[in-house]
Design a protein around this ligand. Structure first.
Ligand SMILES: CC(C)(COP(=O)(O)OP(=O)(O)OC[C@H]1O[C@@H](n2cnc3c(N)ncnc32)[C@H](O)[C@@H]1OP(=O)(O)O)[C@@H](O)C(=O)NCCC(=O)NCCS
Length: 191
């Protein structure tokens, strides 16, 4: 599947034709190194799905990853976690999915590409929901600046205490993503 957005870039699952060599998101070297050295292996061995926005020459401009996940119920606010834990078949985790990585090349930051990638992740997640159950889409924000960024998409940070400098778990209910995707579809999204 190759979806063109205004002819500027296209999104598809990572493959060997993608040129990852020059990718540089500036703020997170581990992200760049992982994309160049490990992403294809991880994708092909079903550890995580990698989706890449690339230009007409296949150069990667941005990417995100999606994988299955078990959300620890105790990360959620007390009201939600108590409700889940009071069910007869209660477990300490709920089925979820996880955006493990999201990055945009430094030359394309501050534009629409980050939102485009998140919209694409939500659309992929909505497809997953048609095949299997999943209560939340989750991610770990690496610092408070990124918490603010992800809040723009509706993600909520855990209200539980997180040790200083540790990633901040964030989550978004499937129902909210379905609403987001319905809005994208009714706007006639190109995705
Ligand atoms: C996060 C990212 C994909 C967003 O791309 P974008 O939509 O083009 O948005 P911008 O680059 O303009 O960043 C949006 C905001 O997040 C902040 N931000 C982005 N990456 C950040 C980081 N690693 N640490 C702290 N803040 C960060 C920016 O300063 C900006 O804040 P502002 O809105 O107050 O100016 C992109 O900034 C990126 O690739 N960052 C580096 C990789 C990364 O940290 N990924 C997230 C890991 S959880």
């Amino acid at each position: 599947m190759n979806q063109a957005i205004d002819g500027a870039f296209s999104l598809r699952a990572l493959d060997a034709a993608h040129d990852l060599r020059a990718f540089d998101c500036k703020r997170n070297e581990e992200m760049d190194t992982w994309l160049r050295k490990s992403a294809l292996r991880s994708h092909e061995s079903d550890v995580t799905r990698v989706f890449v926005a690339a230009d007409a020459n296949n150069r990667a401009l941005g990417f995100f990853t999606l994988s299955g996940y078990c959300l620890e119920v105790e990360v959620l606010p007390n009201g939600d976690s108590k409700k889940l834990l009071s069910r007869r078949d209660a477990k300490s985790t709920v089925p979820a999915h996880y955006i493990g990585r999201l990055a945009v090349d430094k030359n394309h930051q501050g534009g629409d590409l980050g939102k485009f990638l998140m919209d694409a992740a939500f659309l992929k997640y909505a497809q997953i929901l048609k095949l299997t159950t999943s209560s939340y889409l989750c991610l770990d924000a690496q610092n408070p600046g990124l918490v603010d960024y992800y809040k723009k998409f509706g993600f909520k940070p855990t209200p539980k205490e997180v040790s200083q400098g540790a990633p901040i778990p964030m989550y978004l209910k499937s129902s909210a993503i379905k609403t987001w995707v319905n809005a994208l579809n009714s706007e006639g999204s190109h995705l």
